[in-house]
Ligand binder design. Structure first.
Ligand code: MYA
Ligand code: CJ4
Length: 409
């Protein structure tokens, strides 16, 4: 029996005995370790000091002999298609394998090319003979504030190993390689989220879903008909007005970038962890891009001040094995700011425009002030939890979801 299947047997046994899980890789990494949880003597901040650049490993980590590293040029349409197809067929699924994320090519191109991005952080693994892309991991640079410290970090995402190459310990090699390439740019911290528990979350959030097309959601098994509910009663329950109700509610435009940046920076300063966006970042991340990100603002009809902002990104899921539908069109709440319009009303307008754009469901995490509108706007709690992590940065203790002002894609 090769090592990995023995490893899997051991893991299944451990799980069945609910023994504390070993994290052979993560226990070697500068991350909060489970054994240290609650030890308030450990200071908040970097866990390890930077290494002198001359001491950073210059050559890539070793892969199994039949594979080779490749840098994925996301400016190339051909490479974008390869990355899109790898993720479409092998990326995150729900626990019942009914859905799989289907990030679009345009979305991936947007998500991976923010101001100051490094091509070398878009890392692929190919089979040497077929040249087939079989694994992927990405980093993008971000300035993340933790309390009063603004830290240059890498946001790590899109870790994916082809289904046929799972449980071969390829993921740790991918992670070490992206870590090495980030170190070469003199960056020593990272931020990432995952649906799985690893050493050690800085916070854990709950997903909430607001039905926009309840008939389709029930048909595909995303939701179930409530007790004592008929389909027509359910459709009526989730019905929304045809137009937003807030006077001055309109799409964001390029000319709004300075005002939206001021509004967002001020609003995000109240959270313990948040991005430190400048105007270039706001232009990239929040200017509307068709089928990728939508953003709206409220311009006071009287003063023409910009007083509120809301945004959501487009992340469809493939529906695995349903006769009538193949795609679930989902909107994910992104960054929202309310200073004059009640957040409840602002988010209801976001639901209205999302329904108008034919989204089936509007998802939101219970981060920032989202808790204040979720139940009232008829969101239901989801099955997935999202765990937030920092690499080589300890936080004093775990944060409440409402202390998080960071949304990763
Ligand atoms: C300074 C710069 C630092 C930059 C780096 C910062 C860290 C970035 C970290 C990455 C942030 C990613 C953010 C996202 O993209 S989250 C989305 C992750 N992708 C998916 O879930 C897609 C579907 N699944 C797969 O493609 C594979 O199952 C993956 C690739 C996830 C694991 O492949 P496989 O199933 O074939 O396993 P293995 O035998 O190779 O390796 C097993 C080891 O890998 C650990 N593992 C499993 N899942 C994850 C996970 N999601 N994050 C971190 N570690 C993970 C696991 O605990 C075990 O280690 P240990 O428990 O024994 O210790
Ligand atoms: C590193 N990037 C983190 C974000 C990845 N994101 C968006 C994510 N990570 C874990 C989740 F648990 C999750 N959920 C959204 C909720 C949901 O919609 N659950 C039903 C469902 C529909 N389609 C899919 C596809 C995959 C998993 C669940 N799915 C649960 N989202």
């Amino acid at each position: 029996q090769d090592d990995s299947s023995l490893e899997n047997m051991v893991r299944r046994f451990q799980d069945s005995m609910s023994l504390p899980k070993r994290h052979k890789f993560w226990e070697t990494q500068p991350v909060g370790q489970f054994k240290d949880v609650g030890d308030t003597s450990l200071p908040e901040g970097p866990i390890e000091p930077p290494t002198p650049l001359s001491e950073v490993k210059q050559e890539p980590y070793n892969l199994p002999s039949q594979y080779e590293w490749t840098t994925c040029d996301m400016d190339s349409e051909e490479t974008c298609i390869e990355v899109y197809n790898l993720l479409k067929n092998n990326y995150v699924e729900d626990d019942e394998n009914m859905f799989r994320f289907n990030y679009s090519k345009e979305f991936l191109s947007w998500a991976l090319r923010p101001p100051g991005y490094y091509k070398s952080w878009h890392i692929g693994v190919r089979a040497k003979t077929s040249k087939k892309l079989v694994a992927f991991i990405t980093g993008i640079p971000a300035r993340i504030r933790v309390r009063d410290e603004v830290v240059k970090m890498a946001e790590i995402n899109f870790l994916c190993v082809h289904k046929k190459l799972r449980s071969k310990r390829l993921a740790p090699v991918m992670i070490k390689e992206v870590t090495r390439r980030v170190h070469l740019e003199n960056i020593w911290q990272a931020a990432y989220t995952a649906g799985v528990v690893l050493p050690t979350p800085i916070s854990t959030c709950q997903y909430w879903h607001r039905s926009l097309n309840p008939k389709k959601l029930i048909d595909v098994g995303f939701s179930r008909l409530g007790p004592r509910m008929t389909m027509s009663r359910t459709i009526k329950l989730y019905k929304l007005p045809d137009q937003p109700v807030t006077p001055g509610f309109r799409k964001m435009e390029l000319r709004d970038v300075p005002a939206v940046t001021r509004l967002l920076r001020q609003y995000l300063s109240q959270f313990v962890v948040s991005p430190d966006f400048d105007e270039n970042d706001v232009e990239h991340w929040l200017l509307p891009t068709e089928d990728v990100v939508d953003s709206y603002l409220v311009e006071s009809p009287k003063t023409h001040d910009i007083t509120d902002f809301c945004s959501f990104y487009t992340l469809p899921s493939s529906i695995l094995g349903n006769q009538n539908y193949s795609i679930l069109k989902a909107a994910y709440s992104y960054y929202n700011v309310s200073t004059k319009t009640p957040l409840l009303q602002l988010m209801n307008d976001a639901l209205i425009v999302a329904k108008k754009k034919d989204f089936d469901v509007f998802n939101a995490l219970d981060v920032m002030h989202n808790e204040s509108f979720l139940k009232e706007l008829k969101f239901g709690p989801g099955d997935g939890q999202l765990h937030y992590y920092l690499y080589n940065y300890r936080t004093r203790n775990a944060l409440r979801a409402s202390e998080l002002g960071l949304v990763l894609l």
